[in-house]
Design a protein around this ligand. Structure first.
Ligand code: 13P
Length: 251
């Protein structure tokens, strides 16, 4: 059985005070979350130590949204994987489309970031997904395969145990347009076949693959019912504790 995960990517939202309140509200509702479903929250860097205190003793795991591609030193404005671990993170998101698009995140950089995350004992939520024109041109399978091959194929099968993949079609992020469950299942199954071809069936079967992009309480049930969708990476709807918990209850 694969791990089922619902992860909230808060992006650049909430003040520290609001973030603490949101984390407290999530922890307070944990009783409603079905056994076997793990929750992860990814607040902004400035919130991590404060949110870590709220989550201490709860099963909710803390994640960063990004980490530096260098271990330490003169890299103004960057936050290292070691700092994230020290702040209480168990995960970091890497390769989100917003970072690829707005901050020049290349596969080469992601390889370096991932190595540093692993060296520091962080698990990685690795995001992939095509843009609208790439889907319209029928290139979505190629795009996703390349994103996976360039970053994950250098890993060992053992390291793959520390990877969660998030498929997030760029055209569905923050747009209110969700991939249909058929579209999502089709590409999730493709991702799993891609992993199987390179790493073997055991790794492919064990890897958690999340869907992200306008996932909300009203569509989570249908998405999570698909055999290759193991949970969600939630943006907007993760900023309301009730919605986030309702999504986690959709398994
Ligand atoms: P939305 O749920 O707001 O579409 O964002 C998805 C996302 O990008 C999560 O990383």
């Amino acid at each position: 059985m694969r791990n089922k995960i619902v992860a909230g990517n808060w992006k650049m939202n909430t003040t520290v005070t609001e973030g603490i309140a949101l984390a407290e509200a999530i922890v307070a509702r944990m009783d409603s979350v079905p056994a076997g479903v793990s929750l992860v929250v990814a607040p902004p860097f400035t919130h991590l130590t404060a949110v870590a205190k709220v989550l201490a003793g709860s099963p909710v795991a803390l994640s960063a949204q990004n980490c530096a591609d260098q271990p330490k030193g003169a890299y103004t404005g960057e936050v290292s994987a070691a700092m994230l671990k020290d702040a209480g993170c168990r995960y970091t998101i890497l390769g989100h489309s917003e970072r690829r698009e707005y901050y020049g995140e290349t596969s080469e950089k992601l390889v370096r970031k991932m190595a540093l995350a692993f060296e520091n004992g962080l698990k990685v939520i690795f995001c992939v997904g095509e843009k609208l024109e790439e889907r319209q041109e029928g290139r979505h399978f190629d795009v996703v395969q390349t994103q996976i091959a360039e970053v994950l194929f250098g890993l060992s099968p053992e390291e793959m145990a520390n990877i969660v993949i998030a498929y997030e079609p760029v055209w569905a992020i923050g747009t209110g347009v969700t991939a249909t469950s058929e579209q999502a299942q089709e590409i999730h199954a493709f991702i799993r076949r891609t992993l199987a071809a390179h790493f073997g069936e055991a790794v492919a079967e064990a890897t958690t693959i999340l869907y992200g992009g306008s996932c909300k309480p009203s569509n989570a049930k249908e998405l999570f019912a698909c055999p290759d969708i193991d949970g969600g990476l939630i943006g907007g709807a993760s900023l309301k504790a009730d919605d986030f918990i309702a999504i986690a209850m959709s398994f």
